[in-house]
Design a protein around this ligand. Structure first.
Ligand code: GDP
Length: 455
């Protein structure tokens, strides 16, 4: 248990709301609460019980607000320290005045993520779980939230622990070998060691393979809707938005000519980029739209190339196809409610989906095709879904796998025996970087500084 000072922050979003919460953590939490809060009922502040009362400035006796206060005695709190939360009226001024009072009474302002950092440093959660807290807060679809909650609960950590156990077992064995060199290598034990390390490697394989799907669930993907004017891009966007608009805060970068919206496509947070029709234009506004559209093609993860299937494929369509280049592409044959007249170029081998933005036919198939392009068949709505979703984790697991492979190769070949413990320690170290056991301080600082204040 770390002995620390006492920190405080506003834990609710800035602005007006029904309630605002000031959170305090550290050894002085309870004395501070007693200083500034007068409970209506006698009997003192009991752990994990709400008290109703008044927040008063101890210097002047002035009433700041009526509030509910809850005290959570260490170690049964978010940080494992004494924690006090004051629920007051949710006005920006009220909350910040109460925070000032708490600071005057002896707390210091918390840095971003400092409460969660304390939970980690005090051993309540590991680093994977701490990072997942942030993902829980920022999740935009049910599937992304489910993934984040599983990580926060420790399901990913448990799988990593299996890997760690395998490595530790092997390390104990090779260290015994080094300590007792006169003993012959016992083949049975040898096989047993491989028997313990191979599942660890297989688990690393599975975790690393799951990264792509995990990452797209966490970070989302951007899908561009491209096509010449009047093929039905806006209609398609509206159809997709109608049922599936994801809950999001403002997306930066939105312009008059380039609309960005996040939709939930089979659990995947998809940022849809609708574009002004890509074509040569003299109109200044449209020109800007065209420029933006073309510029965005490289950053899109997937392009939905919309064509009007009731008319011929034109040189304009061809020009857009050229601009899309080698991008991951789905050809959307829109207006399929009308008689079909289009003939796609023979060289165009991309997947095609026939839809009608007009009557909604083909839209479920299009959604499936978009999800399949990223998830590669992963069952993202499964309750058991556990995956690695951060590049930091994936990179460390790759290092661990590399070291374990080298260990297995050397052990099997009976060469470089002196490297065996080194490889295993490297692997252990890499796995520890994921869970936080061996993560260096500046990486920790970087991770927690990306959190919001008060979390
Ligand atoms: P955009 O310029 O590519 O964004 O195209 P719009 O979405 O504005 O659509 C152009 C025209 O095509 C409008 O008159 C739409 O009503 C019509 N349209 C769009 N989708 C369909 C469709 O699936 N079937 C039919 N019949 N008309 C459509």
């Amino acid at each position: 248990m770390y002995l620390r000072d006492t920190i405080a922050a506003i834990s609710t979003p800035v602005g007006e709301g029904g309630i605002g919460i000031v959170r305090i953590s550290g050894p002085a939490s309870l004395p501070i609460a007693r200083d500034i809060f007068q409970a209506k009922s006698s009997g003192g502040l009991k752990s994990h019980r709400f008290s109703y009362g008044s927040v008063l400035d101890p210097a002047s006796g002035a009433l700041l607000d009526e509030a509910m206060l809850v005290f959570m005695k260490a170690p049964n709190s978010y940080t494992r320290e004494d924690v006090v939360e004051i629920q007051c009226h949710g006005g920006a001024l009220v909350v910040s005045r109460i925070l000032s009072l708490v600071v005057s009474a002896g707390a210091r302002l918390a840095a971003p993520g400092e409460f969660t950092k304390r939970a980690f440093l005090n051993g309540r959660i590991d680093l994977v779980q701490a990072e997942a807290v942030m993902d829980v807060i920022s999740s935009r679809t049910d599937a992304a939230l489910c993934l984040a909650q599983h990580q926060r609960e420790g399901l990913l950590s448990r799988r990593i622990a299996v890997v760690k156990d395998g490595i530790l077992y092997a390390l104990a064995y090779v260290e015994a070998l080094i300590d007792f060199p006169e003993e012959d290598i016992d083949v049975a034990v040898d096989t047993d060691v491989l028997g313990r390390v191979s599942p660890a490697v297989a688990e690393l394989d599975a975790l690393i393979d799951g990264f792509d799907a995990g990452k797209v669930l966490r970070d989302g993907v951007s899908v561009m809707i491209a096509g010449k004017p009047n093929v039905g891009k806006s209609s398609l966007l509206n159809t997709l938005l109608k049922e599936n608009r994801a809950i999001v805060t403002a997306v930066p970068g939105t312009t008059r000519d380039l609309i960005e919206e996040v939709v939930n496509i089979n659990g995947l947070p998809v940022k849809l980029l609708d574009t002004a029709g890509i074509r040569d234009s003299d109109d200044l506004v449209e020109k800007e739209g065209v420029r933006l559209s073309l510029a965005r093609i490289p950053v899109a993860d997937l392009v939905l190339f919309v064509v009007d299937a009731s008319t011929a494929f034109t040189v304009e369509d061809e020009a857009i196809l050229q601009a899309i280049g080698g991008k991951c592409l789905i050809v959307v044959l829109n207006k399929s409610d009308l008689p079909r007249a289009i003939e796609l170029p023979v060289g165009l081998t991309a997947q095609t989906v026939a839809i009608s933005a007009f009557d909604g036919s083909g839209i479920p198939e299009l959604r499936d095709a978009i999800a399949a392009a990223f998830m590669h068949g992963a069952a993202i709505d499964g309750r058991e879904y556990v995956a690695v979703s951060r590049a930091r984790h994936r990179d460390a697991l790759l290092k661990a796998r590399e070291s374990l492979r080298s260990f297995v190769a050397n052990l099997s070949a009976g060469v470089n025996m002196e490297l065996l413990p080194i490889d295993l320690r490297d692997a252990l170290n890499a796995v520890g970087e994921v869970t936080g056991e061996t993560t260096v301080d500046d990486v920790l600082d970087r991770i927690f500084s990306s959190f919001c204040i008060g979390k």
